[in-house]
Design a protein around this ligand. Structure first.
Ligand code: KG4
Ligand code: ZN
Length: 352
């Protein structure tokens, strides 16, 4: 069938996102309103504040995405929106707006699973070579999982975190180092780590004795807190003051080094299982906000190279939450002949 225009809407957390894609995967426009300053000082996303900000932004963000693409709502061929998992009161804002447009113009609607949408970004053209099955590492602010993906809607979790996600750990570390955390502290930690040397601060690599594919970041986070405290004591840094930049860079580098070794070890184990079972899987895809991190990407790409696996990850910009992922996941569903009821009003905090 000839290509058609698809509007994608994503409001699962603290960004209001929309995008217009052609059904062949060409990105025509992207619009985003971030709530970076709104939640500052609360130590996390405040659901009610987020909901209000989504309500204020959703109309203008969708209008901007359509205008930038030069597409009128009546010219759309389909609409897609994230319906879970995430904050229900936030999801509802985007899902309602998207379903409203679909209903008004009699368009097919695709209800999108946020985690699957992250994973499917690895297949956004021109990445035509990323075919099922593959092993996926999803590392975001809300999740840390290893999955075997056999097809659309057919991802099986083979490992997950026992406590925090890696994105959360990055955000906590950023806070402890006095770095900006608005919109996620990961990029600031990554940048500072480039100036440091991990060998100057010893932190443990988590769960080296456990022979499974699960993750844990709480212990590393605690070890980091103690190392940070010791360094501050050693330098006689008072409350409200900051450690010299080089000390903080060493701490950041060490946290990232241990976290990346942990990822390598768990992913390596999952790869070994796939090989033993003759699962016919020889590709790793790395997705989610933390997949934007160059140290994470570099280490896992090297691991794949050593083991004869293919490696892929979405372009860094598209690893964090965005509207493109909702549109593209919707396109994948519609192409597979699956669509959902635009008349429904359900969203899901947890989504199987
Ligand atoms: O996927 P995402 O945008 O939202 C969720 O679905 O959770 O992920 C956001 C997380 C934040 O914790 C942020 O700090 C982290 O991804 N992140 C990074 C980087 N960019 C974003 N972590 C490490 N290095 C980065 N470059
Ligand atoms: Zn996400």
């Amino acid at each position: 069938s000839p290509p058609f225009f698809v509007l994608g809407v994503e409001t699962s957390c603290d960004d209001t996102c929309a995008a217009v894609l052609l059904s062949d995967g060409t990105v025509l426009s992207e619009a985003k309103a971030s709530q970076t300053d709104l939640h500052e000082g609360y130590g996390g996303v405040v659901p009610n504040l987020a909901k209000g900000a989504h309500e204020a932004a959703i109309g203008p963000v969708i209008a901007r995405a359509l205008a930038d693409a030069g597409v009128a709502a009546a010219e759309l061929g389909a609409v897609a929106a994230t319906v879970g998992p995430g904050l229900e009161i936030c999801l509802r804002v985007g899902a309602r707006a998207a379903r409203g447009i679909a209903a008004e113009h009699g368009l097919p609607f695709a209800a999108v699973h946020h985690l699957e949408a992250h994973i499917l970004m690895s297949r956004l053209p021109p990445a035509a070579e990323v075919t099922f099955p593959f092993l996926a590492l999803l590392v975001s602010g809300g999740h840390c999982q290893l999955l075997r993906c056999g097809g659309l809607g057919r991802c099986e979790v083979v490992g997950g975190t026992l406590d925090d996600s890696l994105g959360e750990a990055y955000d906590k570390v950023a806070r402890m180092l006095g770095l900006p955390v608005g919109g996620g502290g990961g990029p600031a930690v990554e940048e500072l780590a480039l100036e440091g040397d991990h060998r100057n601060v010893k932190l443990p690599v988590p769960m080296q004795q456990r022979k499974d594919c699960d993750f844990s970041f709480a212990g590393l986070k605690n070890a980091f807190r103690m190392a940070n405290g010791r360094a501050r004591e050693l330098r006689g840094v008072g409350e409200g003051e900051e450690l010299p930049r080089l000390d903080r860079a060493d701490l950041a580098a060490s946290f990232q080094w241990s976290a990346v070794r942990h990822l390598e070890q768990r992913v390596g184990r999952a790869m070994g299982r796939c090989e033993e079972e003759g699962a016919g899987i020889d590709r790793l895809v790395v997705v989610g906000g933390v997949a934007a991190n160059a140290a994470v990407r570099g280490a896992l790409e090297r691991l794949c190279g050593e083991r004869g696996w293919q490696f892929s990850a979405p372009e860094p910009r598209l690893c964090t939450d965005n509207g493109v992922m909702a549109a593209w996941a919707g396109i994948e569903k519609l192409r597979a002949g699956v669509s959902d009821d635009a008349g429904a009003d359900e969203v899901f905090a947890r989504y199987p």
